[in-house]
Design a protein. Structure first.
Length: 483
């Protein structure tokens, strides 16, 4: 120990200088004289680690230099996450304004003091009206009333959503929601400023309803537009009931003096409920306007407009003012399918070439004792022709002296053919045979005018179907022209 400083020369950086021992930074100046022992550029007096060139500060005085320390200020926040690593009172600077949040009165720098800011660390939010944890800017329903802000007239008031009349007062608090001057309690349509009353309770306000009282009569034609007819009859739909009893009068209505509104008072109107009628000159119960024969009690309708009433008209649906009726049945020729009632339609007779107006003119199945067809049956012509035929006469012996000068059938051939074809018709007594001394005799007697017993005496065959004078006369009468 050359300098006798108590440090062996081998450990003494300055073995010959008793005032020095160490030269930490090996700069040739001993530490005692050196003002920067570790040569880190920081004077020993300012260097928390004067002998450690890698360290100079120990902010939190924990014995670990800041370079090696991961939490320089010892605030429990790692330097890498600490906006203020050397200030143990601060760790965050949300708005990066250089003032730590602990000291900053507006941490997020949104212009709203932290004390008034529901989200002091979120510059995009300041309010959370419904306290649901979502700021109003991001929340689609700020007041949490279940109505989206876009549809909510009061998005920040959970007690209101609508303001129908836009008066700034929500409907829940407003006593006249639609602002029509009628309190909601008295307003049938509290949310419709154009309506307040619905007399007939049909859901349509009176202003829009064309029938306020709902009685089926339009307001424009209704004598009592706000009083319903109910079950009362109103023939002309003018709102005035036909009859009005005490109950009707009590609600403010009166009876109609002209029920059908035809301009004729009910007291003078024969048809007070029929606007088309008011008089009935013939008293038949049919009004003069619709009566084709207003002065004829027996007629009212003329369906075919031929001037003859249907009750008298033999063809009520077909014009026939002449009323011609050849067969004198219920139907005139104009509508009768068989004008001569011979059992053959007019159409068939036209096709057959026979006369549809002559019941004895037909192709077959139509028989008349007018054998020679001169439109009358005579004993010495027709009667004689029949009895000669039944006796078997033919040719000239059949017709000689027995055919009328006006005969339409005058040849023996035609007459024989006619009578042969009508053989069953010649069986006058209906005994199944046509005989000269029964059937022939009955016919000639009838045509001579015999009747009663003188007609049939000794001239009825055995087993005859027609054995009385009346039956025989009726049979022949049907087969002779009207005399």
């Amino acid at each position: 120990d050359d300098d006798n400083d108590g440090v062996a020369d081998t450990s003494d950086a300055f073995p010959l200088d008793a005032t020095e021992i160490l030269d930490t930074d090996s700069d040739g100046t001993g530490n005692n004289a050196d003002t920067d022992d570790d040569g880190d550029g920081v004077a020993d007096s300012s260097d928390a680690f004067p002998l450690d060139a890698t360290e100079t500060l120990d902010t939190d005085n924990d014995g670990t230099g800041n370079n090696a320390d991961t939490d320089d200020d010892g605030d429990g926040v790692a330097d890498s996450a600490d906006a203020f690593p050397l200030d143990s009172t601060e760790a965050l600077d949300t708005d990066a304004d250089g003032i730590g949040n602990n000291a900053d009165t507006d941490d997020d720098g949104d212009g709203v003091a932290d004390s008034s800011d529901a989200f002091p660390l979120d510059a995009t939010e300041t309010l959370d009206t419904d306290s649901d944890g979502t700021g109003n800017n991001a929340d689609a329903d700020d007041d949490g009333d279940g109505i989206a802000d876009g549809s909510d007239a009061f998005p920040l008031d959970a007690t209101e959503t609508l303001d129908t009349d836009l008066d700034g007062k929500g409907n829940n608090a407003d006593t006249d929601d639609d602002g029509d001057g009628v309190a909601d309690g008295a307003d049938i349509f509290p949310l419709d400023a154009t309506e307040t009353v619905d007399t007939d309770s049909d859901g349509i306000g009176n202003n829009a309803d064309a029938d306020d009282d709902g009685d089926g009569v339009a307001d424009t034609a209704d004598g009592y537009p706000l009083i319903s007819l109910g079950a009362l009859l109103d023939t002309d739909s003018d709102g005035f009931p036909n009859n009005c009893d005490q109950g009707c009068l009590a609600i403010g209505m009166t009876a109609d003096s002209d029920d059908d509104n035809d301009g004729v008072a009910d007291i003078d109107d024969f048809f007070p409920l029929d606007a088309a009628e008011s008089s009935d000159r013939d008293g038949d119960g049919v009004g003069d306007n619709s009566d084709a024969f207003p002065d004829n009690l027996d007629e009212t309708v003329d369906s075919d407009v031929d001037g003859i009433g249907d009750n008298s008209d033999n063809c009520p649906n077909m014009q026939n003012s002449d009323q011609t009726n050849t067969d004198e049945d219920l139907f005139g020729n104009a509508c009768d399918l068989d004008d001569d009632n011979d059992g053959f339609t007019d159409a068939r007779e036209e096709q057959d070439g026979t006369d549809p107006l002559n019941r004895f003119s037909c192709k077959s199945g139509c028989f008349s004792f007018d054998v020679d067809e001169n439109l009358e049956a005579q004993p010495l012509t027709d009667g004689l022709l029949v009895i000669r035929h039944l006796f078997g006469f033919s040719g000239e012996s059949l017709t000689s002296g027995a055919v009328s000068g006006e005969a339409g059938r005058d040849s023996s051939e035609a007459i024989a053919s006619y009578l042969t074809d009508a053989d069953s018709q010649l069986d006058i007594d209906g005994d199944g045979e046509s005989k000269p001394l029964t059937d022939g005799l009955l016919l000639i007697r009838y045509l001579f005018g015999f009747s009663g017993d003188s007609l049939i005496s000794g001239a009825i065959g055995s087993g005859a179907e027609r054995d009385t004078a009346d039956e025989v006369e009726a049979y022949i009468e049907e087969r002779v022209p009207v005399q």
